[in-house]
Every structure is written in C-alpha cells, then in structure tokens.
Design a protein around this ligand. Structure first.
Ligand SMILES: Cc1cc2nc3c(=O)[nH]c(=O)nc-3n(C[C@H](O)[C@H](O)[C@H](O)COP(=O)(O)OP(=O)(O)OC[C@H]3O[C@@H](n4cnc5c(N)ncnc54)[C@H](O)[C@@H]3O)c2cc1C
Length: 408
C-alpha cells in the first residue's frame, strides 16, 4: 500500500491530507506536526478572537482524522529527510518511509536580531501558544509596544485597543504596511488607528529592546524610551526551510518548487508559506506567499499532483486583513505597476487599481467597513486572471459595474 507523508500540520498540510482522501486516495496518510494541537486556523490569533475565549479554530476535530484514516502525529517534529532512501527521522526516534512526501512546514515569526524572544515581556505571534501568552498581558490599562507596522502587528493593535490596552506602534519605514499596500490605503489604516487612540510612530528605528524584570524597554533612535508591559515583535516571517536545506533541496526564498509544486527531489512536493514558486500570471516571476487562501489552495493542488495529476498554479494571490470594523483585501501583485486608479465606493470604502504600462490590470487593493469592497475585489481578481486591460475611466467610475468590464 502506498504511503504519503505530510510534514507540517498547519493549514496547508491539513488541507492536503483531506484533499487526498476526497480525491479517492486509499493508501496510508501520515500528517506530522510539531505543535501539540491538531491543525488550526492562524488568522483569528491576531484578530478579535484573541479577546474572546481563545479556543482554537480547528480545521477538523481530532477524531475526524482517525475516521478518515489520516494518522495525525502531533508534538513530533521531523528532524531529517533522506531523499535517496525516501525516509524521515522523527524527534520520537522513529524512522518513517514514504512513497510521496509533501513539505508544508510553513513559516515562523522573524526574531528581533540579538534579542531573546522568549522573555516574559518580549514576544512574537505565530502559534496558538503565543496568542495565549499575549492574551494574558492584554489587560485594560496595560501598555504594549508593537514593533513593526505590518498586518499582524496592526491587527493586534486593533484587538488590544478593543480590550482597553494602550498601544504604541513603532515602524522603522516612513509608513505602515509599506510591503503590502499602496500609500492611500496605508494612510487610511494609520488614520483609523490614530483615531482609535494608537500612538503610531513611523520612520523611527529601534536602538535596543530589553526585558527588565518583566517589563520591556524599547529605546528609539530618536532618543525616546518606552517602558511597556509587553513588546510584540511583528517584523515578518521566515520560511521553515531547515529540513529541506539539510536534505539538499533547492532553496530560493523558501523551498523552490515548479508550477506543479514539485521540489528538486523526486516525489517530494512543497506547498504553502514554506515554498517559492513561479507565477505564470506574472511572467513566471518566483514568489512566496504568506496567505491563508494560498495555503489552502496549494494543499489541494499538491494532493492532486501527488496522485498523478498535472495541475499548475493559476490562482491570483489574494489576502485579507481585519482591523476594527475595516476589512482590507488585496488581489494580485502590484509590483511593476505604473498607473494607479482610485474607485470610491462611498462610506469610506475605496479600491486602488494597479495597472502596468500596457494597461493590464495587475492588482487591486481595497479597504472599507465590513465587506464593502469584497464584491469588487472578487471581480477585479477575475479581471486579473483574464489578463484584462480594462478602460481606466470605467475602473475609476463607481457607476460602471466591474462585471460589465469582465463581459467586455
Ligand atoms: C497571527 C496570524 C494572522 C494571520 N492572518 C491572516 C489573514 O488575515 N489573512 C491571510 O490570508 N493570512 C493570514 N495569516 C497567514 C496564514 O495563517 C498562513 O499563510 C497559513 O497559516 C500558512 O499555512 P501553512 O500550512 O503553509 O503554514 P503554517 O500555518 O505555518 O503551518 C506549518 C506547520 O508546520 C509545522 N512544522 C514546521 N516544521 C516542521 C517539522 N520539521 N516537523 C513537524 N512539523 C513542522 C509548524 O510548527 C506549523 O505548525 C496569518 C498568520 C498569523 C500567524
């Protein structure tokens, strides 16, 4: 009987295991994760849920894996991969042979250089255990400093304000969300945080970060010193490539895979946050995404190809973030765009469309209350997938439905 092994029991690994069964695979499936919990959703960890009971949102209850004959091993890490003998060495001392292997090892939070990240007052956020530790410090009247104005830091800032915590966000670059969204959206996000009482400081480097008897001291390059109850370091994520690297797989900002999610080793696939892949839609440019939907979709695609399918990555990158009552959504990749058009939807909701020099729609970034931008972003995604060159005036005119552009 064939044995398919999945390393990494996160969003992607779990979805792949389920997809293998849904697609009729009858062999053995082992899903191995180093965290103690069965696979759970990470997005709620930084959002409003942290203010609630903080029950993990499981992809599926533990007993469902057994029912589907998925051997879920938690609290065990895979320490070595031998691609020649097709064997894995596990932290519990066992050795496991595979016929096909999926690496879905995800990413970890990036540490602040030279600072221990496990002290009482200096923390990061990636796992449910991290969220529990953070939650304990998020009490009314406490003061937290968020190092880094990226998505996770800003979501946590919003959650903390809703819990009555004082928040200072320190961003080294000249604005928040520099990597993810255009200036106009970043400005709207920063304005909302300031309105809600967050002290947002941009263009300020951190000189040092220390834990002093359970309190954190953040020394800023402008001379200011923040004494806070907790410093949350939110400066991005690093792909977990260690296992693949030691096994001699090709690494290129993540485990390098082709359009079918195949690594450089036979019968070894990689998917989700840990891998970089060529995106045909953007001229074959190699990208690595850290996005929930991508992890899900690639889990399914890897499963299909492990079963002998021939599916290639075609999805348009998509990401969302919730902060206060606002939802931000991004479809596509805006690098290389030369024209930026704004479409106002009313009620403080708007979308920025990014087009290349030939007028091709590359990306759309929107923000608004609730799901105000969801429909138009979905239509933009379809336009991007179709390689459309929509009339710029129509894009900017809320009176003209995007659906009509799609038909054109
Ligand atoms: C706080 C937070 C909020 C987020 N919010 C959003 C959002 O709003 N929108 C969005 O699109 N995305 C969001 N994301 C990103 C999204 O959660 C990730 O893109 C997604 O979880 C990636 O799934 P993955 O399975 O590839 O990796 P992961 O979820 O990182 O799972 C990988 C798993 O593999 C395990 N592992 C690694 N190495 C080994 C090994 N050698 N042996 C055994 N196990 C191993 C890891 O411990 C981990 O459990 C958020 C992420 C975080 C942390």
């Amino acid at each position: 009987m064939s044995h398919f092994v999945i390393v990494g029991a996160g969003e992607c690994g779990a979805r792949a295991a389920w997809a293998l069964r849904e697609k009729g695979f009858d062999g053995a499936i082992t899903l191995i994760g180093e965290e103690a919990l069965p696979p759970y959703e990470r997005p709620p960890l930084s959002k409003a849920a942290i203010g609630e009971a903080l029950e993990p949102k499981f992809v599926a209850e533990r007993n469902r894996y057994a029912e589907e004959r998925i051997d879920l091993m938690t609290g065990v890490s895979v320490d070595a991969l031998d691609v020649a003998t097709k064997q894995l060495s596990l932290s519990d001392g066992s050795v496991l042979a595979y016929d096909k292997l999926l690496l879905a090892t995800g990413a970890r939070a990036r540490a602040f250089p030279g600072v221990p990240m496990d002290s009482q007052s200096i923390r990061m956020l990636r796992t449910h255990a991290d969220a529990l530790a953070l939650r304990a410090a998020m009490l009314p009247g406490k003061h937290i400093a968020i190092i880094g104005g990226g998505f996770i830091g800003l979501e946590l800032a919003a959650t903390a304000r809703m819990l009555g915590v004082h928040v200072t966000v320190v961003e080294g670059l000249e604005r928040v969300l520099k990597r993810g969204v255009p200036q106009e959206i970043a400005d709207a996000v920063a304005a909302k945080h300031r309105l809600e009482g967050v002290d947002v400081r941009c263009g300020v480097a951190i000189e040092s970060l220390t834990d002093d008897a359970g309190k954190a001291t953040v020394r800023l390059a402008d001379g200011d010193v923040l004494g806070v109850d907790l410093a949350l370091v939110g400066i991005g994520a690093v792909p977990n490539t260690q296992l693949a690297e030691r096994a001699g797989l090709r690494i290129e900002n993540g485990i390098a895979v082709d359009q079918r999610l195949r690594t450089s080793a036979p019968d070894v696939y990689a998917a989700g946050d840990c891998c970089s892949f060529p995106l045909h839609l953007y001229g074959g440019r190699r990208v690595r995404l850290e996005s929930w939907r991508n992890a899900q979709e690639q889990g399914g695609l890897a499963a299909a190809n492990m079963l002998g399918g021939d599916q290639t990555i075609a999805a348009v990158p998509w990401f969302w973030s919730d902060q206060y009552d606002m939802c931000l959504q991004i479809a596509g990749l805006s690098d290389g765009a030369v024209h930026h058009l704004r479409r106002d939807l009313g009620n403080n909701a708007f979308i920025i469309f990014h087009l290349d020099a030939d007028g091709r729609l590359l990306a759309a970034s929107g923000i608004g209350p609730g799901n105000a931008v969801a429909r138009d972003i979905r239509l933009a995604e379809m336009l991007i997938a179709a390689g459309a060159r929509p009339d710029p005036d129509a894009l900017a005119s809320p009176g003209i439905k995007l659906k009509s552009l799609l038909a054109a």
